[in-house]
Ligand binder design. Structure first.
Ligand code: SF4
Ligand code: SF4
Length: 56
């Protein structure tokens, strides 16, 4: 299981540098989480101003 970023994402980029697994990258319409790298730590959810990342 991995965290996923919902369509609420405003592409602010705040979560990317906070991810300890380097699992977050900028996508076309929003940021995205690589499910193969995500360790479900939840740091991105705590960083995001619009609560876009969440457990799948
Ligand atoms: Fe990175 Fe943790 Fe968010 Fe997964 S839950 S994308 S490991 S910050
Ligand atoms: Fe998107 Fe939230 Fe990450 Fe900003 S912190 S890029 S709004 S998921």
């Amino acid at each position: 299981m991995a965290y996923v970023i919902s369509d609420e994402c405003i592409s602010c980029g705040a979560c990317q540098s906070e991810c300890p697994a380097d699992a977050i990258s900028e996508g076309k319409d929003k940021y995205a989480i690589d499910p193969g790298k995500c360790t479900d730590c939840g740091t991105c959810a705590g960083t995001c101003p619009v609560s876009a990342p969440g457990p799948q």
